[in-house]
Design a protein around this ligand. Structure first.
Ligand code: KG4
Ligand code: ZN
Length: 356
């Protein structure tokens, strides 16, 4: 649906509420197209799911039901505005867990109807992809985006908002999923990514060398499940008769795994930049918070006179700010959704309408 864009105070600026409930974080934020991010709040369900070693969808939906409205009240107050000042509402409409998505979609769509403002369903990965735009010196289009989250690993050529060409993606596990599974194998809490990264800090480089999957043949797709099996076999070989893995060995395995994932991602990024002729790379999604990944890519980009961009760590993982920002750009362009409450567990990034 297209309509004229007018904010409540008649100016061209828009104040947009963003709601993220696609997985295990309830994220809510207020973004003003003139003044930038006004406030953001996050409730992480990690404690709820930790004892099960992974996200339990029904528990995730119930927690979103409990937390979304209180967080909306909190973020509106933090932003120093009233609900009535909102010019639009953006919510994550997919991809993600259907029950969890429907909580944000129902609340977002209904709130917009009550306030008589437009609502927009945002693609979760577009939210991640645009998160570096929230930083003080944002990247300029066009660029190559490496999206590395718990559910997706994708390389995308981005020529503008909605101008997305998928260059490659994971054929099996996503990078974050591989981190989480290896974390579990090493007896670390859920989600494994940040814990594996922390353990790797005390690991010695070079004791193990794990494979860099799919780098010795052309193409930009990824596969991390073989690497995961390699880690499992190494752990089995190094575990003693009492079932113990020496602390240094655990750290060395975490290090070798992190190095293998980062090297693989870096090789594919270099290829994607060569293939597109672009000099700007952005990384987004939970794994883009990984410091080793940032260091390696930063130094690679410096060598080719290019630039690397990423969001601050709290906007790498799931958050409401990226949804408010992406939704605001689409609302400014006159896009919005009708009254239907819709959510899409699977949704292709390339199917999104282009702006401009
Ligand atoms: O983007 P995100 O918050 O959620 C999804 O959309 O999936 O990404 C979560 C993923 C998890 O797999 C988590 O383990 C991983 O990001 N992650 C990390 C780090 N921080 C979060 N992986 C490696 N190193 C980190 N520092
Ligand atoms: Zn995410």
């Amino acid at each position: 649906m297209m309509h004229a864009v007018f904010s409540k105070n008649g100016s061209k600026s828009l104040i947009v509420l963003g709601i993220e409930t696609s997985c295990d974080e309830t994220g809510v934020a207020v973004y003003d197209s003139e003044r930038g991010l006004l406030a953001d709040c996050l409730y992480s369900q990690v404690k709820t799911h930790a004892r099960y070693g992974g996200v339990i969808p029904e528990l995730a939906s119930r927690d979103h039901v409990r937390k979304t409205l209180p967080l909306i009240r909190e973020v509106v107050e933090d932003a120093g505005i009233e609900l009535a000042d909102l010019d639009g509402v953006a919510y994550t409409a997919g991809p993600g867990l259907i029950g969890a998505l429907l909580v944000g979609a129902s609340i977002g769509r209904s709130l917009a109807m009550g306030l008589d403002v437009p609502a927009i369903g945002v693609h979760h990965m577009e939210g991640h992809l645009l998160a570096p735009m929230l930083e003080e010196s944002p990247p300029e289009f066009p660029f190559v985006a490496l999206l590395v989250s718990g559910g997706h690993t994708q390389l995308v050529q981005v020529d503008g908002i909605g101008h997305y060409a998928l260059l490659g993606e994971s054929l099996d596990d996503a990078a974050g999923e591989a981190f989480d599974k290896v974390g579990k194998m090493l007896g670390l809490p859920y989600p494994g990514g940040p814990h594996v990264a922390k353990l790797a800090l005390s690991g010695v480089s070079g004791r193990y060398k794990f494979p860099r999957p799919m780098t010795n043949r052309p193409g930009l797709d990824f596969s991390f499940s073989g690497l995961k099996t390699f880690v499992r076999n190494t752990i089995a070989e190094e575990t003693d008769a009492a079932g113990e893995l020496a602390p240094q060995t655990r750290a060395d395995i975490a290090k070798a795994f992190e190095e293998a994932v980062v090297a693989t991602l870096a090789i594919k990024c270099r290829r994607a930049l060569e293939h597109t002729g672009l000099k700007t790379l952005i990384i987004a999604g939970g794994v883009s918070a990984n410091l080793h990944l940032r260091e390696v890519l930063e130094s690679n980009m410096a060598k080719v006179d290019g630039r690397l961009y990423y969001a601050k760590p709290r906007f790498c993982t799931d958050n409401g700010a990226m949804i408010a920002y992406a939704g605001c750009q689409r609302l400014l362009a006159g896009q919005s959704n009708d009254l239907a409450i819709e959510a899409f567990p699977r949704w292709s990034l390339e199917s999104l309408p282009a702006l401009g």
